[in-house]
Ligand binder design. Structure first.
Ligand SMILES: [Mg+2]
Length: 234
């Protein structure tokens, strides 16, 4: 398969990069965890920048429960059901972050750019979140990578590239993949994979935190579309 030297694959993180759920995600965990495990959720593992598989494993362990494949899959499926049931809360309490529509729209107008997601969310939950806010008109979810594809976020870059190659009929070199995300884990995933990272300080981490993690390009938010474009085509 021929390598494409022009095309860029822009992979957006979802939570605290495109949208924020403002507590709805945590509440869904509290609702579904007892249904699957018979125990109340006492503690949720750290979530920022981590894959859902990782969060589920650690959360089960925090409750002295064995993270068997069956239990992990049941919890992942229950979370997706929980999000489907909470669509109204998600869109009324949650929001698309400032600057996101403008950035997606501007990049959609460029012929060499394909936009999708690289997220810790499972495929089902990612789709529910993205569609709930109407962002799916800009994002080709078939070439994204998700938190139930692999536990290790850096592995998701290769998975997205493989999917993009199947869809587009040509490979996009890792250096032409651009991750946009809000956590040191997004930065690390991009650096390990040999891809670019644009880090946005729209979540819990500051520009300094993201720079310390190795991000050369950081923004307070993706509002300045021209700067974003320059960073991507650099
Ligand atoms: Mg995030």
């Amino acid at each position: 398969m021929a390598a494409d030297r022009q095309t860029r694959l822009v992979l957006w993180d979802i939570d605290h990069t495109l949208i924020e759920t403002r507590g709805v995600g945590r509440e869904i965990y509290e609702r579904v965890f007892p249904k699957v495990t018979g125990q109340p959720l006492r503690e949720l593992a750290a979530v920022h920048g981590r894959t859902e598989l990782d969060i589920i494993h650690n959360t089960l362990q925090l409750h002295d429960l064995e993270p068997t494949e069956r239990t992990v899959n049941q919890l992942a499926a229950a979370l997706a059901d929980g999000y489907r049931d909470a669509l109204n809360e998600l869109t009324t309490r949650g929001q698309v972050l400032p600057g996101v529509w403008e950035a997606l729209d501007a990049l959609a107008g460029e012929s060499g750019i394909h936009q999708s997601v690289l997220t810790g969310n499972t495929r089902d939950v990612a789709r529910i979140k993205v569609e709930a806010f109407g962002l799916d008109r800009y994002l080709d979810l078939s070439i994204g990578a998700y938190g139930d594809d692999h536990r290790d976020r850096s592995e998701l870059v290769g998975i997205a590239r493989k999917r993009a190659a199947q869809q587009l009929g040509r490979t996009i070199p890792a250096a032409q993949v651009v991750l946009i995300g809000d956590t040191p884990s997004d930065v690390e995933a991009a650096l390990i994979a040999g891809s670019q990272i644009i880090a946005v300080a729209t979540g819990k981490y500051t520009v300094d935190d993201l720079r310390a993690a190795g991000a050369a390009t950081t923004f307070d938010r993706p509002t300045d579309v021209q700067q974003l474009w320059r960073a991507i085509t650099r």
